[in-house]
Design a protein. Sequence first.
Length: 464
Amino acid sequence: MKVLKFGGSSVANSENIQKVLAIVKQESKNEKVAVVVSAFGKTTDQLISAGNKALKNIAEAKETLETIKELHDQIITDLITTHKKEVRSEVADLFKKLVSIYEGLYLLQELSDKTLAKISSFGERLSSLIIANAAKELFDATHEESRKLITTNNDYLNAQVNFKITDVNITSFFDKNKHQVVFLGGFISSNSNHETTTLGRGGSDYSASIYAAALGAKELQIWTDVSGMFTANPRVVKQASPISEISYEEAMELSHFGAKVLYPPTIQPSLRKEIPIRIKNTFDPENLGTLISNNPKNGNEVKGISHIENISLITIEGGGMVGIPGISKRFFEVLSNAKISVVLITQASSEHSICVGIAAEDTSAAVALVNEAFEFEMSQGKIKAVIAENDLAIIALVGDQMKKHQGLSGKMFATLGKNNVNIRAIAQGASERNISAVVEKVDVKKALNALHEVFFEENIKQLN
Ligand code: ADP
Ligand code: ASP
Ligand code: MG
């Protein structure tokens, strides 16, 4: 058994979906396959944006909804013949439900996380239903509702999976299933009250890994619009190239630091069962892509460079901090209680300060909360008011073998220095699998290209 996942651009229109179906047909010739699909193209973005519009202007929200519906209708027209009428009416019902949710939003003037999860779920509910029906005309296939199988807590937009229940749900469904291919929506799940939850933006990769682990699949294939995990974001670094083999930990680190091609939580379930993950290109299926496993063939000591834009640094400092116990515990507690995730902790040069990198959108909340938490110490002058520095980015070099090689950080910082990139903070993970630098956002492109040239292109240049 294999699990295949196709992302938004792989299913953005009828032509692409035909490519997807050809791949699934081929992959399911000799074994059963579970196929996880994302919403068509940008549908999730559009559903969310319609939600925000509905708060002010219901007509505008309905216009966006109409655009989404046109795409879905077009795909049904192009790809379904036998059950066209039934599918059309099922899809029309789903859109009617959506309209009434948006109308409710407009009346209540409130868009809660619970409602946001509900409206975002329609993308995958629709896409999986339509693709499964298109597939049925070509091979033996069925559709199953992911919300029935993946059970989570109540964190509606970033739900935590209950693997104990989920694994049983998945195995009992697949034990009974007689069809060669099962299509499932990614990203969507439900809590114990059967309310819809979602696994976080980009979460379809994670859904696929959850299915693969529960089923003990032989391989998880993530099909996307590039030929694997690249040495750097190919949209920013033109010279970037696919990495042929990489370890789970390296892949996790690269994705945590911004390689969007894989949603960070995806690795964990597959790693637990040692299921190899292959990243492949829907538009170039012959390309081998990237293999993620426990024993990657030796490659470069630096496997990739990733980056996250829109970072802020939050610092608390003060001479009085040294003597007060539990300051960092309280600092991190405040952030974690507010669900603000800390992307990076920098090594402070003195004990007088703690500095963390967080997503820019969390900055004002973080500043307010930390100032509130340390109000007393601040009033006594032991700690200064929180400092926030904005418009920053993190750049990370990643590689399991980096710790065995001396001078890599020297080379990294010398390269940045030579290119006049100002380094605001440095962090090195305890695993030594990663060295990260915080730089100004405006310098990202220059910094990435310079580092890519030094770590990946120089050998090639010398050979030439
Ligand atoms: P999907 O819709 O298939 O899930 P995503 O848009 O989530 O696809 O991820 C694929 C995109 O990730 C690529 O088009 C590329 O722009 C971006 N990306 C960022 N960093 C990397 C990287 N290191 N390797 C490959 N792709 C990357
Ligand atoms: N459709 C969801 C999103 O856009 C999940 C995914 O595509 O992975 O975030
Ligand atoms: Mg994705």
